[in-house]
Design a protein around this ligand. Structure first.
Ligand code: ATP
Length: 257
């Protein structure tokens, strides 16, 4: 369970003043829940995700993960970044094994587990390649394998498919859903794509324009397993998308005034 209480975050940049990124955010996320954070650009989605992972120390308020207050990088969470964040000098196998070694596994054990997760994301045969030899979609599969391999109860994903072309993105969304449905974990997934937010989520957390607040929490009661083609035809999907679009459009209009 993740408990975010009264979270406010201000970035202070020397000589350029302060940015109030989040204001009084409250949110409870259940175990094994898939949450998407959606909101206008710059509303603080990444900041909230980083605060949950202990990568950002909030100005006010608290985050608890499984009953423990987060005070620094949190070993209960693994992160998948938009730009993959792979080590360019390490092979796919070593990139995937890295987090396991950091958590104290022997090299042999880490590599064994890494191979299993490389297979899960469909990259068997690429273990000895380097990141630059792989397409963007394949690199992000490595990012996913690395995050899954450490087997944390929480996975934080910061627009992980944002840099991919539309087809690859769709494929990756479906792969992620399959993996998550087989081995559920708590996922906090940042996106600015309404369709992606609805396709993946148990609940969509809609945030207001900066300073980010929780504007609305919207349950997605569309049955799983889901895929893009199937879901697009459901009236629930169409209605949710329309609702989100109206809310976001209002926020952009307010921002433009
Ligand atoms: N390290 C930083 N120093 C100063 N300001 C920052 C820093 N990181 C983020 N900000 C500012 O805080 C606000 C929230 O940023 P954040 O990246 O959390 O938003 P976001 O909703 O994830 O944005 P986007 O959808 O554009 O990726 C923005 O105005 C951003 O410019």
């Amino acid at each position: 369970m993740i408990e975010v209480r009264d979270l406010t975050h201000r970035y202070v940049t020397e000589g350029r003043g302060e940015t109030l990124a989040l204001s009084d955010v409250n949110l409870t996320i259940g175990n094994n829940e898939f949450i998407t954070l959606l909101g206008p650009s710059g509303c603080g989605k990444t900041t909230l995700m980083r605060a949950i992972g202990g990568l950002e120390n909030p100005t006010e308020g608290t985050v608890e993960v499984n009953g423990s207050r987060v005070k620094g990088p949190n070993l209960d969470c693994s992160v998948v970044f938009q730009n993959f964040a792979l080590l360019p000098w390490a092979t796919i196998l070593d990139n995937t094994a890295f987090g396991l070694e950091m958590r104290g596994r022997s090299k042999r054990e880490a590599r064994e587990i890494a191979r299993e997760f490389i297979a899960k994301v469909g990259l068997t045969g690429f273990e000895d390649k380097y990141p630059k030899e792989l397409s963007g979609g394949m690199q992000q599969r490595v990012g996913l394998a690395r995050a899954l391999a450490v087997d944390t109860p929480v996975i934080l994903m910061d627009e992980p498919f944002g840099a991919l072309d539309q087809q690859t993105r769709r494929y990756m969304q479906e792969e992620l859903l399959k993996i998550w449905e087989n081995d559920k974990k708590t996922v906090v997934f940042v996106t600015h794509d309404m369709e992606e937010a609805v396709l993946l989520a148990d609940r969509v957390v809609l945030m207001s324009a900066r300073p980010g607040r929780v504007e609305e929490v919207i349950p997605v009661d569309i049955p799983r397993p889901r895929n893009q083609e199937g879901i697009e035809r459901t009236p629930e999907f169409v209605d949710l998308k329309e609702h989100l679009w109206q809310r976001l459009r209002d926020m952009y209009r307010m921002g433009a005034k």
